[in-house]
Design a protein around this ligand. Sequence first.
Ligand code: MN
Length: 294
Amino acid sequence: MTQPDATTATISAPVQRSRHVEGLVCGQPTTDGAGVRLRRVLTQHWQHRLDPFLMLDAFGSDKPDDYIAGFPEHPHRGFETVTYMIAGRMLHRDSAGHEGLLENGGVQWMTAGRGVVHAEIPQQEEGVMEGFQLWLNLPARDKLCPPWYRDFKAAELPRFTTTAGVDVTVIAGSSHGVAGAVSRDATEVLYLDVHLPAGRAFAQPLPAEHNAFLYVYRGELSVAGQTVPTDRMAVLANTPGADGVVIEATADARVLLLSARPLREPIVQYGPFVMNTRDEIVQAVEDFQAGRLG
Ligand code: MN
């Protein structure tokens, strides 16, 4: 740990019985924005199973042609986008007047709510750009809330180290008594970045009804005897009687761990709009075309 605000967690959070892995997912290579190459790990196929998570994209390249075009102006309505930059520099600018530079280890949390138009433009012409963008649904009652935006630099993100030497960054929710940067009442979303030395384990209690998955972006780990290699999403079963998940690193590993309470509401997505009904989507498109989103 190099962060000055690092704390050593002394509260143990034992898990008596771990969830198991329901399935491993590679995701689909695709391009988005003006031609950014990425891998859509959590696709629309998983939106109901992993409710309230709508999408997870992983991007990572040292070839400027893969990322330089960025994401020019585009709208969103009805959900939140969470961008976690592992390496690189990206400028965000939106119609609600927010502007921020997202850099190595930083998080940008944007609640689109009733609507924003924004652009995400790389601020580098060479080197590695690597990170993730998560789409998190909003409950029906909040889909038309005012837009909200916050940047967190790496040093502002709460983190702790377990007695086993596992480093944990708490982006959202709460882990081992450490409150994260963001909390959401409706979904109780948990978003952790966990770095485990080979041979070490990390236990995270999870409410049984919450949907959960992890994504290994370095190394390899094991969950209840199932190996999860690099660049795989493991959907965690809502195993009856399981009170959390135990992750064991079989090599030095870095993994995103996410869980949340499902909203159990209808999901209707049309590109960058995610609402509950088709009529609400038609309204979103009309509002965008009439310039009412920004
Ligand atoms: Mn966007």
